[in-house]
Design a protein around this ligand. Structure first.
Ligand SMILES: C=CC1=C(C)c2cc3[nH]c(cc4nc(cc5[nH]c(cc1n2)c(C)c5CCC(=O)O)C(CCC(=O)O)=C4C)c(C)c3C=C
Ligand SMILES: [Fe+2]
Ligand SMILES: [Fe+2]
Length: 338
């Protein structure tokens, strides 16, 4: 009997922090029609004519700040998780780690499954909340590749696990390590997406950004709403920590371009809190299962600097799930039971 193939997929990171490699990464990433979801000509002009040439060198500088001797944190953590989960699942499984953009690539991982004649494939995006730009894009690429195979094995896709109790507990336990100190406020800062993408993923056609409380409460009508899933993740972590409503704010970071993205923006919340006299903030980023550029640089460095300029003192990032053994247990459950 063949093995069961498990494909873990994270977003991707450049092969090195050189400007050339960062440009290559941004080009592949932002030319994805689910990421910059405008018409093809507009996307090509924007990405190849503006973002890649101008943002490339700036991003490369930032990547150099977080790069370690072993490489990019996102990939280092991914490799550790890959190793641990492979051990845990045992000989009946063949686990591959891939990145949606750059390396290790999805086509190469699928080819290895094909060569190994796996009995089935399960695709597990490393994104707890569903968004078209992340999970949707991984699913699309896998389907495009596998659809060309002569013999297509049984294949399944994990959609989301924003409420997985094991995962929620690891985020909460990581935050708890900081709760012996005094914090003026807690932020749940998720990676944002353009509002346009929220409307497009609205299966009811009349919920997202239309109904009151839309995108903060998860219902049958908005089950693919990234924002509602983010709210649910934050609510469950805050329940686990016994936080009161007024102790925390849910907000969104990483905006790119001038279109409206999901609100409130983390940078606006920092301004509001600083104006109210807040000095010390604890920040969780539960859209990321691994620390990466968005946590290690944007939160711990960029927002820290901004907050100090606004009169604040300290922003403390809660570490992500990374290779925490309790996360490996939760991931095993997601792989086996989702
Ligand atoms: C959590 C899932 C993610 C979604 C959804 C997502 C959407 C999205 N991102 C951009 C633009 C950029 N994101 C960048 C980095 C980045 N994004 C995610 C995750 C999601 N992005 C991760 C894990 C990372 C970090 C990767 C790493 O190497 O550590 C970047 C690159 C950095 C920079 O130059 O700022 C860009 C650009 C868009 C437009 C988008 C659309 C919905
Ligand atoms: Fe992103
Ligand atoms: Fe919504």
């Amino acid at each position: 009997m063949g093995k069961k193939g498990i494909l873990l997929v994270n977003l991707g990171t450049p092969d090195s922090p050189s400007t050339a490699d960062v440009r290559k990464y941004l080009d592949e990433f932002l030319m994805d029609e689910r990421v910059i979801d405008i018409n093809a000509i507009g996307r090509t002009l924007l990405v190849k004519g503006i973002i890649v040439p101008f943002r490339g060198p700036k991003s490369a500088k930032i990547y150099k700040e977080i790069w370690t001797d072993a490489g990019s944190p996102l990939l280092i953590n991914g490799n550790k998780v890959h190793e641990e989960i492979t051990k845990k699942l045992g000989d009946d499984y063949m686990v591959e780690l891939a990145m949606r953009y750059q390396t290790p690539s999805i086509p190469d991982a699928l080819e290895r499954f094909k060569q190994a004649k796996v009995d089935s494939i399960k695709v597990v995006p490393l994104f707890p909340q569903y968004a078209s730009a992340s999970t949707g894009s991984v699913h699309q690429l896998v389907m495009e590749i596998v659809s060309k195979w002569q013999a297509i094995p049984p294949i399944s896709f994990v959609n989301s696990y924003y409420d997985h109790p094991g995962m929620i507990k690891v985020f909460a336990d990581n935050a708890r390590k900081h709760l012996d100190q005094k914090w003026d406020h807690i932020l749940f800062s998720f990676h944002g997406i353009p509002q346009r993408q929220m409307r497009k993923a609205d299966v009811s056609g009349e919920h997202c950004l239309k109904v009151e409380n839309c995108c903060s409460v998860l219902t049958e009508n908005n089950k693919y709403c990234y924002s509602a899933q983010c709210h649910q993740t934050a609510r469950l972590i805050s329940d686990e920590l016994g936080l009161k409503k007024e102790d925390f704010t849910i907000c969104y970071q990483s905006r790119l371009g001038n279109d409206p993205w999901m609100k409130p923006y983390t940078s606006d919340i920092l301004k509001e809190l600083a104006a109210k006299g807040a000095k010390r903030l604890l920040v969780l980023c539960p859209a990321f299962v691994s620390d990466c550029l968005e946590t290690l640089y944007e939160i711990s460095f960029e927002y820290q600097e901004e907050f100090v300029e606004l009169g604040g003192e300290k922003i403390q990032l809660v570490e992500s799930l990374n290779d925490n053994p309790a996360w490996i247990d939760a991931l095993e459950d997601i792989i086996l039971n989702k």
